[in-house]
Design a protein around this ligand. Structure first.
Ligand SMILES: Cc1cc2nc3c(=O)[nH]c(=O)nc-3n(C[C@H](O)[C@H](O)[C@H](O)COP(=O)(O)O)c2cc1C
Length: 323
């Protein structure tokens, strides 16, 4: 069957829709990744969910037994242990899309290319998107401030960051951060993004391996809740960030990464870490109406996007446009 949605991102991913699952520490394993691919999106297994390369291999094989559609593997550089061996396993298992994030991933490009795979890098600011393009990436994911994950001092809201990047770049941009329904996907396409990547929305699906209580808390949450608002919209403090960067090499990598994570994940000193981790969501929580199967989430987003772009916007615009 011919893809109804066909662009540079679906061609890179080999998926039906340019809708990617975000990498997710502790959660992004085969069950969720295979469900997303099976539903027409593009699933991602998060390598640092596993401590040993063979465990990653087993999970990739498990995903293959659940879907014949393609999926990728994320390497959150610095968080994944035994990076070279882990990457070897993914490539050896025939994974054709390698996503890197957190730290620059360019040193792995020769190996990725040798295996005939594509390289997508995820960044939090436009400057890094531009350098990723220069380094030879096939596509870049830009996460706006509305999203969850590693923050950056130069991060912009999704609307501005993605639009500004698209105007300067040749490779496809995949938008992330606060995307969760047909309107936000249509908006991302309007900004010039050729794909979208979602994390939070997939946490509240049946297939996501977190407890019901956590999922319910996302259904009940509002984007205006201080817990979500503050974590999403406050960039890390530049001076604290620079201090941590100066300490690189002065302590074990593991200890340094823990410190960096604390700064970049915006963990406030007056809130216990567990309380913030429990939130586990971005401003996209506003679009979570219930706990649904992955296929229902993707089908709804796709049909709503089609309705908005093919009917609502053309009708709305033709009623205001006068020749
Ligand atoms: C629970 C959770 C854990 C995450 N862990 C990681 C991670 O380990 N590495 C990474 O690159 N991104 C991680 N992310 C970020 C997502 O991959 C994605 O970029 C982000 O969720 C997009 O914003 P959204 O939540 O608004 O959709 C995580 C997101 C969530 C919700």
């Amino acid at each position: 069957m011919k893809n109804k949605w066909n662009n540079r991102v679906t061609q890179i991913l080999g998926s039906q829709y340019p809708i990617m699952l975000g990498a997710m520490q502790g959660i992004g394993k085969s069950t969720l990744a295979a469900s997303v691919s099976e539903a027409g999106g593009f699933g991602i297994i998060t390598a640092h969910c596993f401590r040993k390369p063979e465990k990653l291999r087993n999970d990739i094989r498990k995903a293959k037994s659940m879907t014949s559609k393609p999926f990728g593997v994320n390497f959150s550089i610095g968080l994944v242990r035994d990076m070279d061996a882990m990457l070897d396993v993914a490539l050896d298992e025939g994974i054709k899309v390698i996503e890197t994030s957190v730290m620059p991933g360019k040193e792995y490009l020769p190996k990725i290319r040798e295996a005939g795979a594509k390289w997508i890098h995820k960044v939090a600011c436009v400057e890094h998107a531009l350098s990723t393009e220069r380094q030879g990436a096939d596509a870049v994911i830009i996460v706006g401030m509305e999203g969850i994950g590693f923050k950056h001092v130069s991060q912009l809201p999704t609307l501005i960051g993605v639009t500004w990047a698209v105007e300067q770049m040749k490779i496809p941009v995949i938008a992330a951060g606060g995307i969760g329904n047909g309107r936000t996907v249509a908006a991302a396409l309007g900004m010039g993004a050729e794909g979208i990547c979602m994390g939070t929305m997939f946490v509240a699906t049946d297939e996501c391996p977190v407890g019901k209580r956590h999922k319910r808390s996302l259904v009940d949450a509002k984007p205006s809740d201080p817990l979500f608002r503050n974590q999403a919209l406050n960039p890390p403090d530049m001076s604290v960030f620079e201090e941590v960067m100066k300490d690189r090499g002065n302590m074990s990598m593991e200890e340094w990464l823990k410190r960096l994570e604390k700064v970049m994940l915006q963990q406030s000193p007056d809130k216990p870490y567990e309380a913030q981790e429990m939130a586990g969501g971005s401003l996209a929580v506003g679009f979570i109406d219930g706990i649904v199967p992955v296929k229902e989430l993707i089908d709804t987003i796709v049909s709503d996007t089609e309705e908005i772009l093919l009917n609502q916007i053309p009708n709305q615009f033709s009623s205001i446009y006068k020749m």
